[in-house]
Design a protein around this ligand. Structure first.
Ligand code: ADP
Ligand code: ADP
Ligand code: ZN
Length: 212
């Protein structure tokens, strides 16, 4: 099974991906998480990507496509959940090509629909575990102990790109570069829309129905 999560920054993709991947035994491939690990490790790729990420711009397609190829085989799970990829039509096309070369394809693409006002509220209050990348929210989804991850006990951080200026740019970049990806999957008859503005639990149950 290969599932793609689509939606603006802050739509709740990462939050839902962690639960769904655990439930369905899927490998959760989150390109943002993979990039932040490269930055933390100080690798060449991380150094090249950091400036794009801090500004809220997309990392170039060739880098992203190279990063995802080779991770598409998942012998130790029942499938893959792609979270944060593809973000451009060129990435979507490259994904289709890589999958069709392996005689497979995307099964379903889930679009989390959330209004811009709500996205801004979510990103402004988001904190993240630097260890497992789980996201929390100051009011909508606080950790059990202030500023500590429930799973790792690690101190939570605010992402550089969750600052207002980078957020504004990320939403603009999403609008211009990523919304065309919705049509890519809509035209292929693979797009399922979920109302992402509901509570975390309500989104989770709609998602379970959408994935089947
Ligand atoms: P969010 O979940 O808040 O939308 P991510 O953690 O998915 O953000 O991504 C963080 C940053 O990493 C993006 O703003 C972008 O710079 C980079 N990035 C992640 N995935 C991609 C991708 N598929 N293509 C280009 N850049 C990406
Ligand atoms: P994405 O991966 O799409 O960028 P996240 O899963 O990181 O989004 O969620 C963004 C922020 O919104 C986080 O602070 C998270 O705790 C919070 N959040 C996620 N889903 C919901 C929801 N359904 N209702 C309210 N807040 C949510
Ligand atoms: Zn953690």
């Amino acid at each position: 099974m290969l599932i793609v999560f689509l939606g603006a920054p802050g739509a709740g993709k990462g939050t839902q991906a962690k639960t769904l991947a655990a439930e369905k035994n899927l490998t959760h491939l989150a390109t943002g998480d993979l990039l932040r690990a490269e930055v933390a490790a100080g690798s060449e790729l991380g150094l090249a990507a950091k400036a794009f990420m801090d500004r809220g711009d997309l990392v170039p397609d060739d880098v992203m496509i190279g990063m995802i190829q080779g991770r598409l085989e998942s012998p130790r799970s029942d499938g893959i959940l792609l979270d944060g990829f593809p973000r451009t039509v060129a990435q979507a096309q490259a994904l289709d090509d890589a999958l069709s070369a392996a005689d497979t394809s995307v099964d379903r693409s889930i679009y989390f629909e959330v209004s811009e006002d709500e996205l801004v509220r979510r990103l402004a209050g988001r904190s993240t575990c630097p260890d497992c990348q789980r996201a929390y929210h100051d009011t909508f989804n606080p950790p059990q102990n202030a500023d500590k991850c429930d799973d790792c006990d690690e101190g939570l951080i605010r992402r550089e790109d969750d600052k207002p200026e980078a957020v504004r740019n990320r939403l603009k970049v999403y609008e211009t570069q990523t919304t065309p990806v919705l049509d890519h999957y809509r035209n292929a008859g693979k797009l399922v829309q979920v109302d992402g503005e509901q509570s975390i639990d309500a989104v989770q149950s709609d998602l379970a129905a959408a994935v089947g």
